[in-house]
Structure formats: C-alpha cells, structure tokens
Design a protein around this ligand. Sequence first.
Ligand code: GDP
Length: 365
Amino acid sequence: MEELKCIGCGSVIQTEDQTKPGFIPASKLQQDTKDIICRRCFRLANYNEVTPLQITPEHYFEIIREIGNHNALIVMIIDIFDIEGSLIPQLAKLTNFNDLIVIANKIDLLPKSVQERKLHHHLQKILADNVLKPQKILFTSALKKTNLDDIFDQIHHLSNHRDIYIVGATNVGKSTFINTLLKSYAGSTKNIITVSEHAGTTLDFIKIPFENRFIIDTPGLINDQQLTHYVTEKTLKAITPKKEIKPVTFQLNNQQTLFIGGLARVDFISGEKTSFTCYFSEFLKVHRTKLENADNLYDTQLYKVLTPPYLDEEFPLKAYSFTLDDKMKYDIVFPGLGFISVKGKLKLKVYAHQKTTPYIRGALI
Ligand code: GDP
C-alpha cells in the first residue's frame, strides 16, 4: 500500500503512537486518502496549538543537520531543572554554527533567592563545555509568561527577518513555549500551517507563519541523560515540583546519611558538622540516618519509608565520591531531581540514578 503523508508536515501517517510524527486516530482515518492531515497539524491549524512529539536520536540528527543548510536563527529551549538532560549533542556543529539563542525555561520552579547572574554564569559554562556559544541566554517560565516581551524582542531582533527554528529535548517545555509565543504575538492566524518545504522527506518540521517569516517547530530529542525516561508516570509526578521549591535544611554530623526518598543518597564521610540545604520537589521526603544503618535501611525500606520509587519500579543507584573545600558554598546537583547546597571541607559519597551523573557547581544561592 502506498504510504499516506500529512499535507501539513509531510510525516508518514500512522495510527499507533500519538507521541510520534504523523499520528491520526484510527477512527479518523477515512476512506478518502486525499488531503490527510495529522493530529498535530490539525491542532495547530484549528486551535493554534503545537503538541509535543518525540523521535529517535538517529532521526533527530537528520533533522538538526537539515537546519544547517539554512541561514536561520536557532532557539534552543532548556529545562533549568535538568540542564544536562536538555542538551543536544553536537547541536552547533550539526547546525553549521547558525546563530543561537538559549532560553532557560521553568524558572518559576527555582527559589526566588537564586541569583540570575550566577545562574547565567553557570549555564554559560555548561553550554561552552558543549561547544555552544549563544548570542543570548534568556530566562522564562513559559507557563507564567515570564520575560516574554524581552524574549520576543530579542528573537525579533536577532532573527533579522530569517526563519526561526525552535529546538529542544523532550519535556523541556518547547511546546508550551511556542504556544505561549503564538497566543501572545501571532493572534489567530488563518492557515497557520503551510505545507512544509520538506514534505515527503518526513523530517517532521512544522512551519508556522510568523510576521513575514516562519517559526519552525522541530520534534523533541529523547536525551538518554534525562531522568524522565527512566521513571514511571507516578514517580515523574512526584519528582516534578509544582511550584517554587522551598529549601529544607538538615544539620549533619559526619558518618550520617541523607536519603531523598529512594531516589538519591548522600553519605557524609568526613568533615565538621555541616548544614545540608535540600532543594527538591515538595512531594519528596528527605530522611536522615546513621551511615552505618544506611545500607540496611535502603534494603528494608525501599518502596516503604524510602519512596518514590514506587513498588517494583527499578531505580538503580550509582555512587560517586566528591571532596569539597571550604572556599565557597557548593551545590551537589542531581540532574532532573534537584540539588543540595553545602559549605565546608567535606568528603561525600553521592548516589544518583545510574543513567544520570551527579556533579558539583558553585552554589546558585
Ligand atoms: P515539550 O516536550 O518540550 O514540548 O514540553 P511540554 O511543553 O509538553 O512541557 C513538558 C512539561 O513541562 C509539561 O508538564 C508542562 O506543563 C511543563 N512545563 C512547561 N513549561 C513550564 C514552565 O515554564 N514551568 C513549569 N513549572 N512547568 C512547565
């Protein structure tokens, strides 16, 4: 049978997976095989709304490489709560070093006391380590429309009449951001989607007319460093803060241990009595115990006192050793979960999900 393609984005039509390109509910797929439009394009056309899409890394790199063939502005959305999980490997090289703006989303979740200057500096460093040199790093909460006017002005200015490609890993809030942008600035544009010039190549771009050029939405990359891919829906709900994170402080002597539910653990091996200030979702409980009891507690209380994870959910932990000096305050970062800030000459053993790598940064607060 001949493949059916969406007249909007060019994706091959399929009825199995709504997170993948070209999805249409089986009941909607009629006999008439002309002018078929996938659900994502339908929603964009009728409700001015983009829906998130996921694709494999191999497919993703094809897409990103295609952007390198155009002189365009790239807007990369990242999740401020999971910076590592938001990164797209080789983005700069694959896109032919096109101009880049980085928008750090979900700023509403960070405590107000986080200093934007420090956050900016920290981000700039991580991005530089990944060969990304954005023209601008901007902060927003796409949900709360924070700094939207400024972001709009910067995109307008830096795009300089060129098309704008919006890229991001899954779950960083790319769709929420585009929807906020469209609702705030595009009005209700008629014919909001146009046939993609890549139609037929199934690159799954969606072109949205915007002023006198296009905003082009791209599917989200599944970054295997993202914790969200290794937890159940229920755990994801528990680890995702719903509002500004409130710190909880524990005074710890050495040879004590903190458990963040059963999802992370810090053993305080040596050092003076120290404050451990924990920044996690309001749904996660932190438990203190003696180091000598910690293994036993984990073995007997995982899924009970130490929860989430929830019953029978695999959440393998891996340990890392860190030695800190007392020159400044540091954050121990658990990508996708949160962070703990400490100050002192400390030896620590830090446990996190084996697919994510905990690390130390200068404290944001
Ligand atoms: P996409 O996969 O990158 O398109 O991400 P979505 O736009 O679907 O958002 C993923 C999740 O993050 C959803 O649960 C959103 O509600 C949430 N989200 C998006 N933007 C924000 C934000 O600014 N703040 C907060 N707290 N959550 C957000």
